[in-house]
Ligand binder design. Structure first.
Ligand code: GLC
Length: 654
């Protein structure tokens, strides 16, 4: 939009640019700056307009964007333009991701680079390499306490290693996702060190208070994130003799985004990693970006404004780079991180679908899909040009963040039901073979989350110990069933490293002083590559899981109906053990896939003529696109074996 005030300010800013910027040929940059400037100006003004140095800060912002544009490699600039032309590229069903720690996966970045063919063997073409930036030697929250945002931690390699990895990945058409931890820094970061030495400028980068007056007011309404290991939201710093806001661990200092200098620094860092070849940047803990007394200091309106501003600025410098919102919050709040717009993602193009993840775990424990159906029914539609990241496990705990109303509607009592789930997955509940552990138990609220690897949570560890073939098979079926759901739901499925070969809990963290208090380490494995070789041994759990996933991924890539265009319709079948939905091909009429998952340990039936009568799914010669076979029908009844799924196509009819 053309608006005079902002435009004349833009003219003034452009006149003031340093010669090393103004003398460059920045045609594409200027076109995009012109297009986005009114939005950038308005957002920056909303956040920082009352400051005397507002204009000066805005000049710095534009200089930052321009400088990073000048540094951007021509290959990446070319890619930006290709993605502008094909703006729906990331909604395609062709993408399948995996999240991993490079050291746990293959020792370091060089090791990871040597293993790229493993991803191709499986069909994975998007890799989220979890934190690789410099962080303290001791506890660092798995790298999420960063002490230098522009350098790779020497324990995993160098910046050159990362650059080689990123260009190798590009050659193989594999996307690179990197983290930028935007909410906080380590207390060993240079800014924190300077603040500690009394430097006022850097004290203003954080929330630092002389006494407990303001912290106490915040505490009245702020929940605790790590109640067992890091209770409260403030830490007393002896050297400074002041209180610092530390929402996560005591060594993670929260950044103060009411200071525009912080915003500009972090934008610069995001663009820096975009220039190192990150196709996607995962923005960590975005719900926490704005703090306000009297609130939970999560999901505040200003947190959304900050993300919109980051997106608008990134679109000017590196429009091909996408953002993932890591906002593990209530279902109604999550989708707001796409940006509340009619069509395009104004904030993050991708968001973790924590709701679906938790609901799947509910269905597995209860063998009942009522809550899953209820929760998905109430999940707000995503924007046209945005997509979900669907996952079963990740490096964090499983939070039971479903909506209390949904729990009630599904026929349970919220408190008792959450307690049942924690008991089930931590093996307290008698009939459960799960081997998880409670995480973040809060004695005051009764809340708890769950740690544990996928395989151990679905009973594979117990089954192997008991040498029980039926139980082993059941765990394998559950692993495949859960993945079949995230692969077909709509969005990018994100596998978690080790799950593709059924990796069990890793208990070695208990021997490490810096890890033993955080049981999330039980599901952050070091891959045993000898064991991974068992994927070639017919009949082994590794082979069954790996080949099952491989087959699923290959099938997914060939099913246009699995692209993510809000083309999903949930079907209520009346059978509480089945989760059923239809995906329709957005590019071709009458090309539908009926997805059915059976979460019960006994065969279930579904009357297909009912569906046909309701006009949802015209069936004739059905084919399961996963196995390639036609399932057996008795009259109109389709039988779904225990813990199995179907991806049924009616394509052949037409
Ligand atoms: C994110 C990360 C988690 C970390 C937290 C604080 O939620 O996924 O591992 O503990 O941020 O950085």
């Amino acid at each position: 939009m053309y608006e005079q005030v902002s435009h004349s300010l833009l003219n003034k800013i452009l006149d003031k640019l340093k010669p090393e910027i103004s003398e460059q040929d920045l045609r594409h940059f200027y076109t995009r700056l012109g297009a986005n400037f009114y939005a950038i100006y308005s957002l920056f003004h909303l956040l920082y307009g009352s400051r005397e140095d507002f204009e000066q800060q805005l000049v710095r912002l534009v200089e930052t964007m321009a400088t990073q544009y000048i540094r951007r490699d021509s290959i990446l600039k070319q890619l930006d333009r290709e993605r502008e032309n094909d703006h729906n590229w990331f909604l395609s069903q062709e993408w399948v991701g995996m999240a991993l720690y490079s050291d746990g996966f293959a020792g370091n970045l060089q090791g990871l680079r040597q293993r790229l063919s493993y991803f191709q063997e499986l069909g994975v073409n998007m890799i989220h390499v979890m934190p690789i930036l410099e962080c303290p030697q001791g506890a660092s929250d798995g790298g999420y306490a960063v002490s230098n945002f522009c350098n790779v931690d020497e324990r995993v390699g160098t910046l050159t290693d990362l650059q080689s990895l990123s260009s190798d990945m590009r050659r193989r058409n594999i996307l690179l996702t990197l983290d930028v931890v935007v909410n906080h820094t380590s207390d060993e970061h240079a800014w924190a060190k300077m603040a500690r030495e009394g430097d006022k400028k850097h004290q203003d980068y954080y929330y630092i208070f002389d006494n407990r007056d303001i912290p106490d007011m915040f505490e009245e309404t702020m929940p605790e994130i790590f109640p067992e290991t890091s209770p409260g939201n403030f830490t007393y710093d002896e050297a400074m003799e002041k209180w610092v806001m530390t929402v996560f661990n005591h060594y993670q200092w929260d950044l103060n985004y009411s200071n525009p200098a912080v915003f500009i620094e972090m934008l610069n860092i995001i663009l820096f990693w975009g220039n190192q070849g990150a196709d996607i940047v995962r923005l960590d803990a975005v719900a926490f970006l704005w703090k306000k007394i009297g609130t939970t200091s999560q999901n505040e309106r200003e947190a959304h404004l900050i993300l919109q501003l980051m997106k608008d600025c990134c679109q000017v410098t590196a429009p091909g780079v996408l953002f993932i919102a890591e906002a593990i919050v209530a279902p109604v709040e999550i989708s707001k991180y796409f940006g509340e717009d009619a069509v395009i993602a104004k904030e993050c193009e991708i968001a973790y679908n924590a709701t679906f993840m938790a609901l799947l775990w509910d269905a597995v424990a209860t063998k009942n899909t009522n809550l899953l159906e209820q929760g998905i029914h109430n999940l707000p539609d995503k924007l046209d040009r945005a997509t979900w990241l669907n996952y079963v496990r990740c490096h964090d705990d499983i939070g039971l963040g479903f909506d209390d109303t949904d729990i009630n509607l599904a026929g349970y009592k919220p408190y008792a039901h959450r307690k049942f789930l924690v008991d089930f997955y931590t093996g307290i509940y008698d009939a459960s073979p799960a081997r998880g552990q409670p995480f973040g138990r809060n004695e005051k609220t009764g809340d708890a989350r769950i740690s544990g690897s996928l395989a151990s949570l679905v009973g594979l560890e117990t089954a192997l110990e008991n040498q029980d073939p039926a139980a082993i098979q059941q765990s394998i079926d559950l692993i495949l069933l859960m993945h079949s759901m995230i692969m077909s739901f709509g969005g990018i499925p994100l596998l978690y490293y080790g799950d593709e070969i059924g990796t069990l809990n890793n208990y070695t963290y208990l021997q490490d002083e810096h890890k033993k208090h955080d049981n999330r380490w039980m599901h952050r494995p070091d891959i045993d590559w000898d064991k991974a070789e068992l994927r070639h041994q017919h009949g082994s759990p590794e082979q069954q899981i790996f080949d099952g996933l491989k087959k699923m991924i290959a099938a997914r890539k060939n099913i246009p109906a699995f692209a993510d265009f809000n083309n999903r319709e949930l079907l209520e079948t009346g059978n509480p053990h089945l989760f059923v939905f239809i995906r329709s091909n957005p590019f071709q009429l009458n090309d539908n896939i009926l997805v059915i998952g059976n979460f019960e340990g006994t065969p279930q039936s579904l009357n297909l003529s009912d569906l046909s009568n309701r006009g949802c799914f015209k069936y004739g010669q059905l084919q399961d696109l996963y196995t390639g076979e036609s399932p057996n029908l008795f009259k109109d009844q389709l039988v779904i074996p225990p813990y199995r799924f179907y991806w049924l196509s009616d394509r052949k009819l037409y």
